[in-house]
Design a protein around this ligand. Sequence first.
Ligand SMILES: *Cc1c(COP(=O)(O)O)cnc(C)c1O
Length: 429
Amino acid sequence: MEMKPFENKVWLSSPTMHGEEIEYVKEAYETNWMSTIGENINEVERLTCEKVGCEYSVALSAGTAALHMAMKLAGEQVYGKPETGKGSLAGHKVFCSDMTFDATVNPVVYEGGEPVFIDTEYDTWNMDPVALEKAFEIYPEVKIVVLVHLYGVPAKIDEIRAICDKHGAIIVEDAAESLGASYKGVQTGSFGDYAAISFNGNKIITGSSGGMLLTDSKEAAEKVRKWSTQARENAPWYQHEELGYNYRMSNVIAGVVRGQYPHLEEHIAQKKAIYERYKEGFKDLPVIVNPFDEAVAVPNYWLSCLLIDEDAMCKQVRSECEALYISEPGKSCPTEILDAIAALNAEGRPIWKPMHMQPIYRMNGFITREGNGRAKTNAYIAGGSKGADGKPLDVGMDIFHRGLCLPSDNKMTAEEQDVIIEVIKKCFE
Ligand SMILES: *Cc1c(COP(=O)(O)O)cnc(C)c1O
């Protein structure tokens, strides 16, 4: 059966507008609140606190800016001198989720810190608590952990928090992909001492751009309000005692976010239906969809992904920037499936390439469940290196090798999705 490409491209995850957004933008325009102050910003901050259940939120230009401010706060909290409260994480190691988007970890480097990457577990594709415990054995001095909830699936929060408490470390939570997801009935974004969410164009709701810093500390929120508006002191002129940033959200962007908020649950329901349709569609294939623990977690289903069983993988080789595969009956690989999806005029994507595999971070530490991952996996060929338990030692690399993100746009029709499912099935014939 030859599949005809879709007339309109099916995206991985694109903005879905509803009409209210333009009304709030228009209101900002007509009342001339065309800056970084205004009713839209106030409302978006209020709505975020109400949704996530945090005390304070500060609307910023991007999720990355929010993570930067979070790292600055974490640095002051942990390394600030008692006399002044000032200090930073410069020169200090910070434990970070490894399989994530680089915006999770770059802000550590902006602040002069050194990310040490913690390998991934198979149950939620997030930070492995066993590897985290190992990391504290190797680097007991570390006091900050940056934790992401990948693709909207909550990480193993209880286990990770218990380990952090034991070692006196604080958590910076990257909830950029997981707005609306919950763990034991509590929203992600409320677990970290500081957290970030994102309104980037591909996220579950969007402002076209934008992000937010979340915290329960009034003092921290006030610091971020100051730092993000050029760190102006209370004086008749521009007076500066601290380094400032231009990170505040625009009231126009906030209008878009404000109009999106009433549709958050609707977006999640659409994404959930997409996830379940894939899951059902693939039930006879040697694959799984991205997993989560139903007993504790409710994801926001931001992206649906699949992972091919090890013995159903055809040969696939990736260099730094290219990929090749050899087709085989009954088997497939992410590269073959991504090609097939692209030929349909739909957008899939490889799994976020783990940070420890990125050239920019090749000198940084990487800890697996068996300890120092660099020592054991530097000359690693995917699938070739197993731990004592017989499973791949480098879990992030393994999921990157066998996994991919599927078209997950909430405007995709059931019929379009069925065609995508059929095309993927054909890859395994
Ligand atoms: C999108 C994203 C960010 C960054 O958010 P921006 O608003 O694009 O700056 C950070 N972390 C993760 C995991 C993301 O997916």
